[in-house]
Design a binder for this molecule. Structure first.
Ligand code: 4AZ
Length: 654
């Protein structure tokens, strides 16, 4: 995408604003600069049209106090949060059972921000102010902590757009910060403080108190304090990168793993990532400090894969706290208190400073023994751990995991013979006592996913679903058979073009009154986002369809094939949105007649299987240059949830 870099620079140009205090100057004024023409190679234009933000669960995981509905993270109600957790207090002194409940309340009452963990104490305020500037939307940041009289400047080292966005959001600037550094004229006398407050935020917190805060000695950093210019909403022209929240940021700041926009929109549509940030398969850039931190940020978990993190996990104690950091005592009473409850992780001379918390919470703090002397962790801030805890308490759907490792046996077309339990989501659809005419995929409850061209509503009573089956001839006791309650064919299925070739079959329970119990089946997970897997990814197709030489098969077979790019170039006007191509370049492995309705599953980094495709059609079978065509299940996630219910198939974001 070619972009003309003739742009208006507001205030001081972005690249020249730096942290040291100095004189506010003419640079503040609107200046026009002509920059060389630059080719923007990082952004994906079609993706940008979707206007994805930090609330788009097709691109990111929702916060644990949110749910994903129709592709958007929306706030839960307090009762939908886990019940237990640490008590928290809001900025107006209201107590909440836990952090999740406060955050759900904050959604409806934006003024009600997080103040601290533990019980609420008589109102003592936490204050942030912007000082030493003419405008109220910018300045040096000063903070007064609860139970502290003095005001502290924020430390400037490691001060990034993440922290600046949180300060501005906290102060009521909805779109966060415009710049995270700017020169301000500050009298020498104001700069006497030998301490500063160091913040580490993820960037999407709404209160600075949610960030991890450490009081640091500022001796070595040369009185260098953090400043900010908050973004005021306006309708200025933007010839650089236009964030979804209308902020205008330099193109150079996109796809760098830093949330410059404040709504993440500069990081969600990236072909590649700059500055060593990590590129998720979903084309999202994440900061490399989130790699191997025990929490998946990429949809398919590749930032936490065993292959990437296996060795690292053994070496890395805590990725967030720098090596030389230690916690320091400040009062004798606190020290005495915690001495009674020795914590093996706190070195002898260290104690944590209390603010308005209970003694217990005080001693519960587990500071890192490596925080440098004179530095003090502000307890009851840093909700990241709390957020992770809540996340771990959310219900987790069991799907896509097999009890068996898939074996590689000799010989679908060019594939292998499946072993028992290797494809526990695979089902066979039979008409009466006839042979298997189509495959299907068990997705949980009483529900089977298949191709619309496999079934007719009028034959609902004739169909039988066979589960736990490998050999279609030899019936054994491990096979469960089910009659159908209903056949739901996609309302826009087109029998001549095979558009929307998808259907749901609801089985009748085999045990009266009880839900379907399938002894030998495990559901495949249903992908909630088209961005979970991309072209090139290797997936597995399985079925009882014709094999090499168009020969009939009785034992389940499977093959490794990969997702194809540019399928519309191959099948031209026959290819539609909601279809996906997969195969091998030489056509040696392919699905064929009889495999229809069956699964194409793709594995995420934890080897969890997602039903990515439903076998639909293709130009014959095994023909070089003509991969099989599959119904792209992720495109029908909302349709599926509408019929089967969200809770049954939502693996995350519930
Ligand atoms: C079929 O007729 C069919 N090679 C299924 C898959 C493919 C072709 C035909 C893909 O059911």
């Amino acid at each position: 995408m070619k972009v003309l870099l003739v742009f208006l620079v507001f205030s001081c140009p972005f690249f020249c604003i730096c942290g040291l205090q100095g004189r506010a100057s003419e640079e503040e004024e609107l200046v026009q600069q002509v920059q060389p023409v630059q080719q923007e190679t990082y952004l994906i234009k079609e993706c940008l049209n979707n206007k994805y933000t930090h609330n788009s669960c097709k691109k990111i995981f929702c916060h644990p106090w949110q749910r994903c509905v129709g592709g958007n993270c929306i706030c839960k109600l307090p009762y939908q949060c886990p019940r237990n957790g640490t008590l928290v207090c809001s900025s107006s002194g209201r107590a909440f059972r836990n952090y999740c409940q406060l955050k759900t309340y904050e959604c409806q009452h934006p003024q009600e921000k997080f103040l601290n963990k533990a019980n609420c104490m008589p109102a003592e305020k936490f204050e942030i102010s912007l000082d030493y500037a003419d405008s109220q939307s910018e300045g040096l940041i000063q903070v007064k902590l609860v139970n502290h009289t003095e005001k502290l400047f924020m430390c400037n080292n490691e001060w990034s757009m993440n922290e600046a966005n949180v300060v501005c959001t906290h102060l009521g600037f909805k779109t966060g910060a415009e710049h995270h550094k700017k020169k301000f004229e500050v009298p020498e006398s104001a700069l006497t403080s030998s301490q500063c407050l160091h913040a580490t935020c993820r960037g999407l917190e709404t209160s600075l108190m949610e960030c991890s805060l450490i009081k640091r000695s500022n001796i070595n950093s040369n009185q260098n304090f953090a400043s900010v210019v908050c973004h005021k909403e306006d309708d200025r022209e933007c010839s650089q990168f236009h964030c979804v929240n209308k902020k205008c940021i330099p193109l150079t700041e996109t796809c760098n793993g830093i949330n410059d926009c404040g709504d993440l929109s500069d990081e969600l549509c990236c072909k590649e990532c700059k500055n060593n940030s990590f590129h998720c398969n979903s084309d999202v850039c994440i900061s490399n400090k989130y790699l191997c931190n025990g929490e998946a940020d990429c949809l398919a978990g590749e930032d936490e894969s065993q292959a990437r993190c296996g060795a690292l996990r053994e070496q890395k104690p805590n990725p967030e706290i720098p090596e030389q950091d230690v916690v320091i005592p400040n009062s004798d009473t606190d020290e005495a208190l915690c001495e009674q409850k020795p914590n093996p992780e706190i070195p002898e001379q260290t104690v944590v400073i209390p603010n308005s918390n209970t003694d217990e919470a005080l001693c519960e703090q587990k500071p890192n023994p490596e925080i440098p002397e004179q530095d003090v962790v502000i307890p009851n801030s840093d909700t990241d751990e709390e957020r992770r805890k809540i996340k771990s308490q959310l219900p987790l759907l069991k799907c896509g995991v097999t009890n068996h490792r898939i074996t590689r046996q000799k010989r679908i077309i060019g594939g292998n013979t499946a072993g028992k339990g290797e494809f526990p989501w695979q089902v066979a659809i039979r008409e009466g006592s006839g042979s298997v005419n189509c495959g299907g995929i068990y997705i949980g409850g009483c529900w089977i996913l298949t191709a619309a061209h496999c079934v007719r509503q009028s034959r609902v009573n004739q169909y039988r679903i066979w589960t736990g089956i490998i050999d279609t001839i030899a019936y054994n006791q491990e096979i469960d058979t089910f009659k159908l309650k209903q056949v739901i064919i996609h309302e826009n299925y087109n029998a001549s073009s095979y558009q929307n070739d998808i259907a749901l079959l609801e089985m009748k329970s085999n045990d009266k009154g009880k839900p379907c119990s399938l002894a030998y089946s495990i559901p495949a997970c249903v992908p909630w986002s088209e961005y979970l897997f991309r072209s090139g990814h290797q997936c597995k197709v399985s079925g009882w369809g014709l094999a090499d030489g168009y020969t009939k098969q009785f034992v389940l077979r499977w093959g490794n094939i990969h997702l194809f790019p540019n399928c519309s170039d191959i099948y031209e006007e026959r290819f539609f949105k909601g279809m996906e191509c997969a195969g091998t370049f030489d056509g040696s492995i392919d699905s064929c007649k009889g495999d229809s309705g069956g699964p194409l599953v793709c594995m995420d980094s934890n080897n969890v299987a997602y039903v990515w495709g439903i076998v639909s059609w293709g130009e014959n079978c095994g023909v070089k240059g003509y991969p099989g065509v599959y119904t792209k299940v992720a495109s029908f996630f909302d349709w599926i949830t509408h019929h089967v219910g969200r809770s049954l198939i939502s693996q995350y974001n519930v």
